[in-house]
Design a protein around this ligand. Structure first.
Ligand code: F0G
Length: 372
């Protein structure tokens, strides 16, 4: 099911074989007892990108490229920079200035990428990159690179293996540039063709309300076209207005009879804290899956007895700024969501600053016990 890469060109860091967690608290809260998370943030550079990048970087190495390049909201660039460094290649990263998390930016720098912060958004970075590859001999490693999609199929294949080749009823993924939904959909169809699984899970795709071109394409235009939007969301990984792989994702959605949903900024922040409270954690873009599940449950698309697997795409530590602002109650200050954000208060756990005094700590402990 995967492309062949000769041993001498393989660049690998032990990606894949990520854990599948039972989300007990989130399951109780959503009324879906069999709720699981496949955590792709547990890969070497802490996001799902690594499973595709091992193939794409290896193929660039096989092609004799000195330079690899990508436009990114942060995770692709972190992953590409690492795999390029391991393979002795140079990497060029184009990212939107001021709109990626520090965790991801710091990875690209440490792995030695030439990191260009362009004064534009992700979609603007893609435009420049597409022109650049026509001028310079650099290998494009965005998810339009077919090796990326092939490698990212492994999340779905591993998942079925972990479940003893019994497909769950639902798989839920975040949708940004839509490479991941395309890859998972392709893997599911191939596994059914090979009779590794007997039926297809429904693959549902969730977008942030402020970055919802695919949701609108399906709901408003019946998938006939896509209208690019100016994307805005604090889940910066999916701040994408013109997704490259929307047609492939639409095919996956249709073939598996999945659904699309959109979720608000406050719903994303709440869902992220809920996944955190289950001891798992993820980055904001990954949490759209749980927020979307709540909507799919209330519409009756997901039934209480069904098994649901959320694909968590990035690690909690990718974007600590978001998490700290949320728990301190600052995330929505001065935004249009400020009023709606009061609903999230019970989930907030701001740090307590105390004197170095035993009595003060005992007092805090007792107060927490009374409130628990
Ligand atoms: N979740 C995370 C954490 C991401 O980084 C991305 C995309 C997505 C979800 C959406 O996946 O694009 O395949 O639909 N990040 C890309 C990047 C765009 O540049 O890192 P998608």
């Amino acid at each position: 099911m995967l492309p062949h890469i000769p041993e001498e060109h393989a660049i690998t860091m032990g990606e894949g074989n990520t854990p599948l967690y039972h989300l007990q608290r989130c399951g109780r809260a959503t009324g879906v007892e069999k709720l699981y998370a496949k955590h792709q943030g547990m890969n070497p550079t802490a996001s799902f990108k690594d499973t595709g990048m091992t193939f794409a970087a290896s193929s660039a190495h096989q092609g004799g490229f000195r330079w690899v390049a990508c436009a990114s909201t942060g995770n692709t660039s972190a992953s590409m920079a690492a795999y390029a460094a391991r393979g002795g290649m140079h990497s060029l990263v184009l990212i939107p200035e001021g709109k990626i998390s520090w965790g991801k930016l710091s990875q690209a720098l440490d792995y030695g990428a030439l990191t260009c912060q362009l004064r534009t958004d992700f979609d603007g970075c893609v435009r420049i990159l597409n022109e650049l590859v026509r001028r310079k001999p650099v290998c494009l490693l965005n998810s339009v690179n077919p090796y990326r999609i092939e490698g990212q199929k492994t999340a779905a294949i591993e998942l079925m293996e972990q479940l003893g080749w019994e497909a769950p009823e639902h798989i839920i993924v975040p949708g940004g540039n839509l490479g991941n939904s395309s890859a998972i959909g392709k893997a599911l169809m191939e596994m059914q063709e090979l009779k590794l699984i007997s039926r297809l899970p429904r693959l549902s795709i969730i977008q942030a309300e402020g970055a919802n071109p695919f949701y609108r394409s399906v709901k408003e235009f019946g998938g006939a076209k896509i209208e690019p939007v100016t994307a805005e969301t604090q889940a910066t990984a999916i701040r994408i207005g013109n997704p490259a792989s929307w047609k492939k994702a639409l095919r996956a959605l249709r073939a598996t009879a999945g659904e699309v949903e959109q979720v608000s900024e406050v719903e994303i922040a709440e869902a992220k804290a809920e996944i955190g409270a289950d001891g798992i954690g993820c980055e904001p873009a990954s949490a759209v899956t749980l927020a979307g599940l709540k909507k799919l449950r209330s519409r009756g698309f997901v039934k209480p007895s069904e098994m649901v697997v959320l694909i968590l795409t990035g690690h909690l530590l990718k974007d600590p700024d978001f998490t700290i602002k949320f728990h301190r109650g600052d995330l929505f200050t001065g935004t249009t969501q400020e009023r709606q954000a009061v609903h999230a208060k019970p989930l907030q756990r701001a740090p307590v600053v105390l004197d170095a005094d035993l009595g003060a700590v005992v007092g805090a402990l007792d107060a927490a016990e009374r409130n628990s």
